[in-house]
Design a protein around this ligand. Structure first.
Ligand SMILES: [Zn+2]
Length: 609
């Protein structure tokens, strides 16, 4: 049997078989069945999405011996001839090579003839936008008074190049790009039919490389078969389509999420050594990150699959990985990669840029962009001392502290991801709409916090602060703590200030008149820049710091120092409540009476037995 390329062999022969263009098919079949076929059509859309195929099916529908019918028989002489491409009544013209006015004049002469066998003479002009102006003018004369037996179908990838005078005389159909899922389904079908073994991820890679063109996808499949035989190796395929190996993309995402900066650096080296394009790589990382984001925020699996346009296996993997992550954290990684992609355009040091980006992403602390998780208030476990920091500074904690993995003890298997997020320290109103079921408000445990870190933080103890919006919540308390640690001379003055307003890219701090020295020190330009930089480390984007002085008699929010003192007090009261709730203490109180007046946390290693 002679070899036939898949794109031709599996070309749809009926409207029902046409993939991804249901809006066009629906309108055309209705028009045929109601005998309201227009004299001229424009089919526009990218290459390989079925424009010529639909044009031929339309021609068959009009000229079928059973027709005109939207379901041409496919077996009558007319149908067979059109399928073979040798019907005398269906004239296919390549606009790209017949651009001149003479070609169109010839066409106009031809149009006068009545059809030989069928009821219509159908003219299919491909790439019609290539015609010259004079050719279009000649064509226009025909379209102004078309013979009743003629139907023109103009196919084009660049509809904007067709003169308005022509367009206005045609019915215009826009063919959409074919979704990856539809392409994957068709590729799988063709592979099965032809006995080709191909992995699911290879089908995805083919679909991605074909960018919505079914013809390209099928011819890539043919190339893969002629390259490596009927058992397609994924690595061969990646080489063939010139894509960055999936493995390098997957490993990099794993390195970033696992906070392995050195591994990330090594992967870039590997990529460059193997001669892959850093820009393509960055784009693929960005896409992977976007997919995780989709899986993180969209609760319904079918919807995730539609948005991801990936096969079952990859969708499952993406969802599983996304369940370990939070949306603000992914947003922060996405922002880093996106900025890098912009920067790579025209950069003479693409390697350095991507290296810096992946290291930055790998060292991103999920807990600094994800608000601190909370634990059930009624806990009986002893609380750590109140001075313990909510979060250790970047880079000083063991790796497990920065996993960003959250675990919800109350989580139900089918709970949508939007309800799995940890409760933020501040601005909960923005994170959770009032309609959120109570489940979402239930406490969240964080895995792997260091022994000296604070494992729990009842929400009543948190310092109220405005939210930066759902994507990144700046924890001002953390910023102040970091400043006290690293720049104590400024940090101590920050404690005296109050947060007046906080937006996505700015924070306004206010000081009362009595703290004018603290205000003056904070307001020094170099100090404001420094504070902004620390904020940016937490949010992943620049934050502008502004300092104001409260007027006499003006009401202002409590300073961060006052809030911290209040928090400490509340914490001690909680500790007393916890002690009172302890069975032994309860028993002692019942036996001897009395009251618990103070409670103190003993260090873990000296725990009383
Ligand atoms: Zn027929």
């Amino acid at each position: 049997m002679e070899f036939q390329v898949s794109a031709r062999k599996y070309r749809p022969t009926t409207f029902k078989e046409v993939l991804g263009q249901s809006h066009v098919v629906q309108t055309l079949t209705n028009a045929i069945d109601r005998k309201r076929v227009a004299h001229a059509y424009v089919f526009s859309g990218m290459r390989g999405v079925g424009k010529t195929t639909v044009a031929r099916i339309l021609a068959k529908s009009l000229n079928c011996e059973q027709g005109p019918t939207s379901q041409p028989c496919g077996t009558c002489p007319s149908c067979v001839e059109i399928t073979r491409g040798n019907s005398v009544d269906v004239i296919e013209i390549d606009g790209a090579s017949n651009t001149g006015v003479d070609d169109v004049r010839e066409l106009r002469e031809n149009v006068k003839f009545a059809p030989f066998h069928g009821s219509y003479r159908v003219y299919i002009i491909d790439e019609v936008h290539m015609l010259s102006n004079s050719a279009f003018n000649a064509l226009l004369k025909t379209l102004e008074e078309p013979p009743s037996h003629s139907v023109f179908i103009f196919a084009t990838t660049e509809v904007h190049k067709i003169p308005a005078t022509i367009l206005s005389r045609c019915q215009h159909f826009t063919f959409r790009r074919i979704s990856r899922l539809e392409i994957i389904t068709q590729l799988r079908h063709v592979a099965t039919q032809t006995g080709v073994t191909v992995e699911e991820r290879s089908l995805s890679a083919l679909a991605r490389a074909s960018e919505g063109s079914m013809r390209d996808a099928l011819s890539l499949l043919d190339q893969a078969v002629s390259f490596g035989g009927e058992r397609i190796q994924h690595s061969d395929l990646e080489m063939l389509i010139g894509s960055v190996p999936d493995e390098l993309v997957r490993l990099m995402i794993d390195a970033i999420l696992g906070h392995q900066a050195a591994q990330a650096m090594a992967l870039v080296g590997q990529l460059v050594d193997q001669g892959f394009d850093v820009r393509v790589y960055c784009r693929e990382l960005l896409e992977r990150c976007r997919n995780l984001l989709v899986a993180c925020v969209v609760p319904s699996r079918p919807q995730v699959q539609t948005l991801l346009e990936l096969g079952d296996e990859e969708v499952d993997q993406t969802i599983a990985q996304a369940q370990q992550l939070t949306e603000p954290y992914l947003q922060a990684i996405f922002a880093i990669l996106s900025r890098t992609e912009d920067g790579l355009r025209g950069s003479t040091h693409p390697r350095f840029l991507i290296e810096a980006a992946v290291v930055r992403a790998a060292l991103l602390d999920p807990m600094s962009v994800v608000s601190t998780p909370t634990e059930q208030k009624a806990t009986t476990s002893p609380q750590p001392p109140p001075h313990t920091k909510a979060l250790p500074p970047l880079g000083s904690t063991p790796a497990p502290a920065k996993t960003g993995k959250v675990q919800t003890p109350t989580e139900k298997p089918g709970l949508p991801p939007s309800q799995r997020r940890p409760t933020p320290i501040g601005g909960t109103a923005r994170m959770f709409p009032s309609s959120t079921p109570p489940d979402a408000e239930k406490p969240v445990l964080t895995k792997g916090l260091p022994p000296n870190g604070e494992p729990s933080k009842p929400s009543s103890q948190t310092i109220a602060q405005p939210s930066l919006g759902p994507s990144v919540t700046l924890n001002w308390e953390q910023v102040v703590e970091r400043m006290i640690d690293e720049h104590p001379n400024i940090g101590s003055f920050l404690e005296k200030g109050s947060v007046v307003t906080m937006t996505a890219d700015s924070i306004v701090l206010g000081y009362s008149k009595k703290d004018s020295i603290a205000r003056w020190r904070t307001d020094k330009p170099e100090n404001r820049v420094l504070i902004g930089q620390v904020c940016e480390e937490f949010t992943g984007r620049p934050i502008k710091v502004q300092v104001i002085e409260f007027q006499d008699g003006q009401e202002y929010p409590p300073s961060i120092g006052e809030l911290r003192a209040k928090k400490k007090l509340e914490h001690n009261q909680d500790l007393i409540e916890n002690v009172k709730a302890h069975p032994l203490v309860k028993q002692a109180l019942e036996l001897f009476g009395g009251e618990v007046v103070s409670a103190e946390k003993t260090p873990r290693n000296e725990e009383v037995r």
